[in-house]
Design a protein around this ligand. Structure first.
Ligand code: NCD
Ligand code: ZN
Length: 345
């Protein structure tokens, strides 16, 4: 039986939600990953170090007793995040980054940035103190085609921002296009990217396979095959600018299977197994450890985890649904199908 042992990976982009939902999903991540960058898009969003500290305590309190897992917190950047908050971030030790959502770009992003000029003084302090900015890189201009919003963001926002603040540490989150892959590849060392497993495994045909597939709808939306291929190429290249971020984004079944369904795929229950599949298909299993366990800590200035996990190559069934909210379950990616690897417990 083929096995694969890796330094324990980390998830550099994760939605844990809060309350009952968080309690339901947290063990899936904590069993696989040593740490995760926890997204701040709660309702209301996590905007201050004090709020992040309380959220962190709720996560730690919900952890199963036998699992050690470190939530790495983020703040939601708004038009009015004061530069002084960045000093508190640096002092806290547990807040690792700020998240930039253009207002209206995705789930719970109404409080996001409406005018990039307004946040420059705060970003300047981030650049000075080495606090990374995690960017949801899509323009919200309704006249721009949904499939082009990431590529347009590079020219309209990303390049001008880095021209103004060339030393700012930036993670271009969940990249989905060859334009973003090329941009990050050629940018300075301070610019990196996370890539999800679902964008490595699927192209946009998956949204319409035999009918409309709400569980394949996420933001940024799946793209054409040429883009998927470009993502696989950079993820498996060994270039340390690219690392694992699942963007596992749970939404209850009733809110996905609806006339206006929410964006987000739930992948945390196979959070590393799906990447093993993608890397195996590319003939690059030997590159998975760098992508999943080494490159992220390097960018964030943290040590790699000191323990390991083992994956077994074995087709494993994915449940049709998982417990989430009372009377409203969660449908994971590949529900009722199989994934090619399983985590040895
Ligand atoms: C995320 C969510 O549901 O919070 N959804 C998604 O499709 N990825 C938000 C996000 O990361 O854009
Ligand atoms: Zn996300």
């Amino acid at each position: 039986m083929q096995t694969l042992t890796l330094i324990r990976p980390d998830d550099w982009h994760l939605h844990l939600r809060d309350g009952d939902a968080m309690k339901a999903v947290l063990p899936d991540t904590a069993r696989r990953f040593g740490r995760a960058i926890v997204m701040p898009n709660l309702k209301p969003p996590v905007r201050t170090v004090a709020e992040a500290g309380e959220y962190r305590q709720r996560i730690l309190a919900a952890l199963p007793a036998d699992i050690s897992f470190e939530p790495l917190m983020t703040l939601y950047l708004t038009d009015v995040t004061p530069p002084e908050e960045i000093v508190r971030v640096k002092e806290s030790g547990f807040v690792k980054a700020l998240k930039l959502y253009p207002a209206g770009a995705t789930t719970n992003s109404d409080a996001g940035v409406t005018d990039f000029d307004k946040v420059i003084p705060t970003l300047r302090v981030m650049a000075e103190l080495g606090v990374p900015l995690l960017v949801h890189g899509e323009v919200t201009d309704p006249s721009v085609d949904v499939f082009d919003r990431e590529a347009v963001f590079i020219d309209r926002v990303m390049r001008p921002l880095l021209d103004k603040l060339p030393s700012l540490k930036v993670v271009f989150e969940h990249i989905t296009t060859k334009q973003a892959a090329n941009f990050v590849w050629s940018a300075g060392e301070n610019v990196a990217a996370t890539i999800t497993a679902h964008h490595l495994l699927m192209n946009r045909n998956a949204i319409f396979a035999g009918g409309i597939r709400p569980h394949h709808y996420c933001l940024p939306v799946l793209k054409r095959e040429i883009h998927r291929e470009a993502l696989v190429e950079v993820a498996t290249s060994g270039n340390p600018k690219f690392f694992l971020g699942t963007d596992s984004a749970p939404h209850a079944q009733s809110t996905k299977e609806a006339a206006c369904g929410c964006a987000g795929m739930y992948t945390a229950n196979n959070g590393i197994e799906l990447y093993a599949e993608a890397f195996e298909s590319a003939g690059a299993l030997d590159r998975l450890e760098g992508f999943a366990s080494r490159h992220g800590p390097l960018f964030y200035g943290l040590p790699a985890n000191s323990d390991s996990i083992t994956l077994v190559k074995e087709a494993t069934e994915v449940p049709a649904s998982l417990h989430y909210l009372p009377n409203d379950p969660l449908v994971p990616l590949r529900a009722g199908e199989t994934v090619g690897w399983r985590l040895r417990s």
